[in-house]
Design a protein around this ligand. Structure first.
Ligand code: HEC
Length: 175
């Protein structure tokens, strides 16, 4: 049905995109490095990107009770949403719920995820110190660090997650 129209359409598209590329769509504004920095918040497994600051499990416990327990249950045991503590061994099969303790490969992901996504209704509202404290609290609740261990850019990447070696690295030469 539309076959006869195709050559004309291809020609039109070809000409159109060539012109558009040359001139540019003239949309948007130039970004300053500071604008980009506000969004460039990824943390690498080795700790690259972690900000200055720090926090302890005890500090995190207070923040958790105020801002997180509502959804994740008292002390992260699970509530309306995911449990952040515990989890059955993954050897139970593919349907075993994956948790921080039984699945996540790197402690830095806990920091990264909380900072960019939580609390659910107000992402990016926590200070870096609060995120460190909450990360410390969750790791301590999972018995992955001690009750008094402070988490910061030095200590956090050194925490070894139980499932650290449970992943098949797709591009081993890239790490
Ligand atoms: C309004 C509800 C709500 C609040 C409050 C909330 N969360 Fe969440 N959280 C969620 C939802 C929804 C998910 C995604 C659940 C899922 O993946 O099953 C989630 C996921 C998470 C995860 C990833 C869990 C996993 O194993 O995938 C972490 C870590 C987390 N939240 C931490 C926090 C922290 C810390 C706070 C407090 C600062 C917080 N959340 C407050 C709703 C909430």
């Amino acid at each position: 049905m539309s076959t006869p129209k195709l050559p004309a359409m291809a020609l039109a598209l070809g000409l159109g995109s060539g012109a558009a590329l040359a001139a540019g769509p003239n949309l948007g504004i130039p970004l300053e490095p500071a604008d980009i920095a506000a969004w460039d918040i990824s943390i690498q497994p080795d700790g690259t990107g972690l900000p200055i600051g720090g926090g302890t499990p005890a500090q995190g416990a207070r923040i958790f009770a105020q801002k997180c327990a509502l959804c994740h249950g008292e002390n992260g045991k699970g509530g309306v949403f995911a449990a952040l503590v515990g989890g059955a061994p993954l050897s139970g099969g593919i349907d075993t719920p994956k948790t921080i303790a039984n699945f996540w490969g790197y402690p830095t992901t806990v920091f990264d995820f909380i900072r960019r996504a939580m609390p659910w209704q107000q992402p990016r509202s926590l200070t870096d110190n609060e995120v460190y404290a909450l990360t410390a609290f969750i790791l301590a609740q999972n018995k992955l660090i001690g009750e008094d261990d402070s988490m910061n850019a030095e200590t956090l990447p050194k925490v070894r997650m139980p499932n650290r070696d449970g992943f098949i690295i797709r591009f081993p030469d890239k790490i």
